[in-house]
Design a binder for this molecule. Sequence first.
Ligand SMILES: NC(=O)c1ccc[n+]([C@@H]2O[C@H](COP(=O)([O-])OP(=O)(O)OC[C@H]3O[C@@H](n4cnc5c(N)ncnc54)[C@H](O)[C@@H]3O)[C@@H](O)[C@H]2O)c1
Ligand SMILES: CC(C)[C@H](C(=O)O)[C@@H](O)C(=O)O
Ligand SMILES: [Mg+2]
Length: 357
Amino acid sequence: MSNKHIVIIPGDGIGVEITAAALNVAKAAADKCGFSFSYEIRQAGGAALDKFGVPLPEATIAACRQADGVLLGAVGGPEWDHVAPELRAEKAILGLRKELGLYANLRPIKVFPALAGQSPLKPELVSSVDILIVRELNGGIYYGDKKEAAIIDGVEKASDTEVYSRPEIERIVRMACRAAAGRRGRVMSVDKANVLAASRLWRKVAVEVAQEFPQIELTHMYVDNCAMQLVLNPGSFDVLVTSNLFGDILSDEAAVLSGSIGLLPSASLGDGTGLYEPIHGSAPDIAGKGIANPLGTILSAAMLFRYSLGNSQAASMMEQAVEQVLADGYRTQDIYQQAFTKVSTEAMGQQVIARLG
Ligand SMILES: NC(=O)c1ccc[n+]([C@@H]2O[C@H](COP(=O)([O-])OP(=O)(O)OC[C@H]3O[C@@H](n4cnc5c(N)ncnc54)[C@H](O)[C@@H]3O)[C@@H](O)[C@H]2O)c1
Ligand SMILES: CC(C)[C@H](C(=O)O)[C@@H](O)C(=O)O
Ligand SMILES: [Mg+2]
């Protein structure tokens, strides 16, 4: 028994379907381990804007602060693309990350053996993929000063500013070095120090922080080369640490290696309650059809159990069940190929449950 409490934020689009499937799996895994948790559903994103007039209601923030962990589906969609910038659905997720002090976003990238044939990689490279992207999540160009489009000196202009402070860089690089210490001991810091001032500070501070970790090998790569190396030579990466924007882009790219973005989980950690979400968005093109892949959300729930609920047994059970369901040939549409069994979002969740323990 436990008195752990989680907040579920379905959000928008497929967020509703995938969090429902993941919650069923989480409940079943907890049951199997004799562990119990309570939960409440809260709104954020477009759904909250429609209901409460703001994308991130105070009540949602308060509930998240008090909880032991938060599981989020995804926010956003074309219905809310034309609202004022401060009301955008995406502001909900940026606001939550900031309010909870979640400065580190961990995005593990691997290729499931059963999906090796679906990776665009050369077959000999597939088994080399085991990357942890550590994305800075509370700073950089996402949160710097911005000026929305306006006519200045007769020309329409808009701007965003990339700012990083020494403490922000220190804490994320430390997090990456600690993570690497439990893995293969290598940290690749990715920047654009040949052009950007913020990247030059990033590189200098990264070098200094790495000196606290003599067992860690720190190397550097420019982001444009990194985008190429992720596809050409993914086995050369262990832990990849980078800024908010570069981490966002590189993690979607890396998702392609695994076969579908619907497979990839993430954990956002820092000062407050941990937030767990798949790395993809609300997928408006497939929302409401019951065909979204829930495995990235189920694996995010597993990370929540491991890092925020202190239950590695349930986490491993969920991860192994996901591995098994793929080995047994069950596929949502995004990873479907002939001769496999095509299942809906909900049915995929049920197949995972059937393989727990
Ligand atoms: N964390 C978040 O809440 C988050 C993340 C990314 C994008 N978004 C928002 O989501 C909306 C849509 O963004 P987008 O279309 O650029 O990116 P997206 O990740 O929603 O979709 C990109 C492509 O991947 C597919 N896809 C994504 N998740 C899938 C899943 N689980 N199963 C099967 N296929 C899946 C979609 O169908 C689409 O073809 C935007 O409003 C964007 O701002 C939110
Ligand atoms: C929705 C958006 C604000 C978000 C981001 O850019 O961080 C998303 O793309 C992600 O990867 O979580
Ligand atoms: Mg993204």
